[in-house]
Design a protein around this ligand. Sequence first.
Ligand code: PAF
Length: 279
Amino acid sequence: MLVFAKIKSVQQKIKSLKKGTSIGFVPTMGALHKGHLSLIERAKKENDIVVVSIFVNPTQFDKKEDLINYPKTIDKDLSLLKSVYCDLVFAPSSSEIYANNIKSENFEFDGLEFQMEGKFRDGHFDGVGTIVKRLFEIVKPHKAYFGEKDFQQLQIIRSLVKNYKIPVKIVPCEIYREDDGLAMSSRNARLTIEHRLAAPFIYKTLKKVKLKFGTENALDIVKWVENEFKKDPLLELEYFEIAEEETLQTIKNNNPKRKYRAFIAVFAGKIRLIDNISL
Ligand code: PAF
């Protein structure tokens, strides 16, 4: 496994690959878990080589504290990547990516950016768009893999690729869960023991929503979820929405031709967790 920190050297390596070599790309912010490894394993099956980037992107954090506390476990990450036979790792410094100008570009993502996470995390998607576009320019992958846990991010990246005509196929990957249903996330490592025990309630509630959807009115389901979370002092609901998958607009009336998902953001103590379920 080759590890590069410099843009020029990773680009040189990629340029030197035999013509026709297909490149699968998994962008990450490190603190890797089984969910990431499942994306890498899928990318291995579908491509000749797999490139993984590890970069904790400062411009997508709306809170400085969150950026400082984001887990950084590079040595462990590299040994995990070796264990799944990753071919190439790109782990640049912040100055390599942004030089002295740690700033996002401004994007329009077909209105997707104004929904859910966009309402609560100022500038987050401009930061994601900036880094993902930059990484795509550097790595030039044929396919790039994104987990559906960050479903809004996935749709934003699809919009980015479409609007900028970037020649990469975006591959969505199902949410990888712990045995008790908690969606895997690098943030889970920062949960206290009691919040970790409380957190599976999020997915349990989403599964009940799935059962209710179709027989109960969406507004009633929203109210039901809000009440469920009021009962648990360890979990604070930030938002719960049932939205259309393509536009991420809140459901108005259930159109059987459209696909819907329920989306949720919850604070477990200081840690913000998100999840979603297809309905
Ligand atoms: O999902 C993530 O880990 C990040 O948002 C990404 C896509 C690597 C961009 O920094």
